[in-house]
Design a protein around this ligand. Sequence first.
Ligand code: NAD
Length: 468
Amino acid sequence: MDPFADTLGRLRETFRSGRTRTVEFRVSQLEALGRFLRENKTLLQEALARDLHKSAFESEVSEISISEVEIKRALRNLRAWMKDEKVPRNLATQLDSAFIRKEPFGLVLIIAPWNYPINLTLVPLVGALAAGNCVVLKPSEISKSVEKVLAEELPRYLDQNCFAVVLGGPEETGQLLENKFDYIFFTGSPRVGKVVMAAAAKHLTPLTLELGGKNPCYVDNDCDPQTVANRVVFFRYFNAGQTCVAPDYVLCSRETQERLLPAMQSAITQFYGEDPKASPDLGRIVGEKQFRRLQGLLRCGRVAIGGQSDETERYIAPTVLVDVQETEPVMQEEIFGPILPLVTVRGLDEAVDFITRREKPLALYAFSNNSQVVKRVMAATSSGGFCSNDGFMHMTLETLPFGGVGASGMGSYHGKFSFDTFSHHRACLLRGPGLEKIYAIRYPPYTPSKLRLLLLAMRTRCCSCTLL
Ligand code: NAD
C-alpha cells in the first residue's frame, strides 16, 4: 500500500486539468505564499529560535526576508519569464516561427534540509509555483518546530489540489521517492543526494542536487588580518556554522596564521562577548547527533580559540583549530558547525594544489589585497560559486545562479534561474502547410544539387543571409 498514492494522484489530476498553467493561478499562489510569511512571521521566528536558537536578526536576514524578496521578484517578473523566447532561424526555417516555450514539468518534489528550514523550502517553492507546477514539499524532520508550522499552516494558504506537505525522515522519504515525479529538487548532503539520484534514475526523473562539501578559504599574506578575521568569523559562525556555503577551512602561511589568530579572537569577543554562550546572537547545534559529531571534531589538531561545549544546551563555542592534519576527520568531512581549522601552506601554489586535489566545493573564498592573487585562485580552481575578500555574499545576488559543481551538486536556482530550473524548455517551430514546392528539395530521389542547397539552407542564419 502506497501511503502517498491519494495525495499524488490528486495533484497529478489537477496538473492534467491545466489549472496551474495560467498566469492568474500562479500569481494567486505566489501571493498566498507571501501572505503565509507575513501572517505567520512570529510563529516562524519562534520556531527557528526553538530549533536552532536563531536570533531574530539572522531569521529575518537569511530566512524570512530572503523568501519574501524572492516572491516579490517572481510576481514582478512572472509575465516576462513566461513569454516565449524567439530564437534566430536559418534559411530553411525563415518563414516559420521558432521559439522556446517554458512549460511546467508537472508534479515536482522538493526535499529540504534543516539548517535554513524556511529559506531552503520556500525559495525553491517560489520557483516551482511560478513555473506552474504542482508541488510536494518534504521539509526536514530534524528542524521539528519549523516542520510543524509548515505542515499545519502552509496548506491553509495554497491550493490543496496542487500542493501538499509530506512529513517524515529517511524511511518515509525513501518510500515517497519510489513514486514517479516529473522533477526533483533536493537540498542536503552528498550522501543522501546519491540516494535521491538513484531513486530518480529509476523513473528517468530530472533533478537538481544542491549539496554541500568543504569550502576552502585562501588568505594571502598581503591582507589586513583584522578585516579578514572579521569577515571570516562572521560567515563561519553565522547560524552556528551550519551553513552550506560557510568557509569550512582556512589555507594560509604560518606567518599569516600568527597574525590571524589574535585578530580572530578579537572579532569573536567583539561579536559574541567574553562569554559567547551568553550571547543571544550565537545559534545552537540542531540536534544531539549533530552535536556529538561536532564534539568529536574538537579533538582534531590543537584548539587555539574556544573549544568549550555544553551538551545540555547543544552549545559549541566559536572555535579555531590549528596544527590540523589533512587525514584528521575535521579535514575529511564537511564541518557544518562553529569550528574553523587553519591549515598552513607555503604559498599560493601549494594552496591551489590543496584545493584542486579535493572534490569541487560549493563555494570558494580568496582574501588578498592583490587582485592578481584573487584572479589566479579563481582561474586555477573550480567551485559552485566564488567570492573574493568576503563570505557568501555572492549568493545574495539573484542575478547569479546558486548551485554546486561536481560533488557539491548540479543545477542552480534563485530568481529567474529558479523559474528556468522548474520549467521544461520546449523547442517549438511553427510552420504552415504551404510552400511544398520549395520544401520538396529535401525529398528523394537525392541529387548533389539538392544536397548543396539543403546544406546551405540549414547552415545560413536568416539575419546574415545575403541570398535573399
Ligand atoms: P540530509 O541529506 O541528511 O537531509 C536532507 C533531506 O533528505 C531531509 O529532508 C531528510 O529528511 C532527507 N533524507 C535524509 N536521509 C534520507 C534518505 N536516506 N533517503 C531519502 N531522504 C533522506 O541533509 P541535512 O543534514 O538536512 O543538511 C545538511 C547538508 O545539506 C549539508 O551537507 C549541507 O552542506 C547541505 N546543504 C546544502 C545546501 C545547498 O544549497 N547546496 C543548503 C543547505 C544545506
